[in-house]
Design a protein around this ligand. Sequence first.
Ligand code: ZN
Length: 324
Amino acid sequence: MNKLISILATLALLLTSTSCSSDDNEGPSRDHDITASFSMLNHVYDQSAKQAGPLTTEETSFTLHRAAIDKMNVDLTLRVTVAKGDTRNIKLTGVPVKYDEATGRYTINAATTADNSISDLNGTIDFNESAMLLDYTVDGHYRVMATQPQVFYTKSNSVLTYSDNTSFADNAAVYQFDIDPKTMTATFTLGGLLVSQIDTKFTTIKSEGIKITVTQDGYTLAADKPKTISKYKHGETFTDGPVEATQWRCTKCGHVFDDPIKPTACTSCNNPEATFVRVDQLFPITGFQATISLKDHTHNTTFTMGDALQGINPFKVNAHGNVY
Ligand SMILES: [Zn+2]
C-alpha cells in the first residue's frame, strides 16, 4: 500500500512516463537518467559524544544513471547539519546502485567515498512509494539516518484488546508519523483500522501535537491526550471529520442525533429506556506512545481509544511494523 500522503507526485508521473517502453521485462525503461530531489529529515547522532544532534529538514538531490544495468550509479548532493552551526554540502559522484526488479527499488551502497568525507553509505530510492532513505556516517562519527518528514510503516500488525479482554488482529492498517523539527512535534495518522467489536472501520485517525524525543536510533513520541479527529464507517454510517458537541448519542442503539437540545426519546430504536450522552469525541486517543527505530525500520505504537461515558468502552491498540 502506498503511503497516505504522496510527497512527490511528480516522481510518480515521471515513473508512469518511463515505464511503458520496456522491451526486456526488467522494469522501467533505463534509456535515460532520472534527476529528482527529496526533502530529507536528517536524524543525526554523534557517536563520539553520544548525543543526538539537531533535527533538520534539508534537500537531497540526485541524478540516477541507469543506462547499463550492471553499472548503474548515482550522483548525490547531500545537505546536512551535523551540529549546530555546522552544515555540510556534500557532492558524491558515481556511487554504485543496484536495481531490484522484484521490489522496483534502487539500492545505494558505498563503504567510503573518494574524499573519505562519508563512510558506510546505504540508501534506497523507491519511486513506487515516492520514498528515499539514506544512512551514512560523516567524519567517522556523525551517523545520519535520513527519511522523509513523513515516516510511514506498512506491514503493520495491530492488536486490539477490548474491555472484555478479547482481542482482534488487523494487518491492513498503515501508520504514518509526520515529524516537524521546528516544533518538535509529530502528527500521527492511522489509515484503515478495523475495530471488529463495534463494527467500525476507521478510514483515518489523526492525532496532532505529539511530543518528539530524538534517540540514538530514532524517535520516541508521547502524548497523554492528543487532539484527535477520526473518519470512520460505523455499520452503514460514514462519519466525516470531528463530531461536534451539538450531537447526542443514544446509549441503546448508538444512533447520533444532530440537535443542540437533548432528545427526549430515541426515534431510531423507540426504546423507552434510551438515555443520551453528549458527543464530543467518540473515539478520543489517550496514552499515546510510539518508538521508531530508523536503524531497524520498525515502529512500536500503543494507545487507547474510546470513552465509556460516550458509550464506547475503551480499547487498547498495540501495533508494530516495518517499512520494508
Ligand atoms: Zn436508540
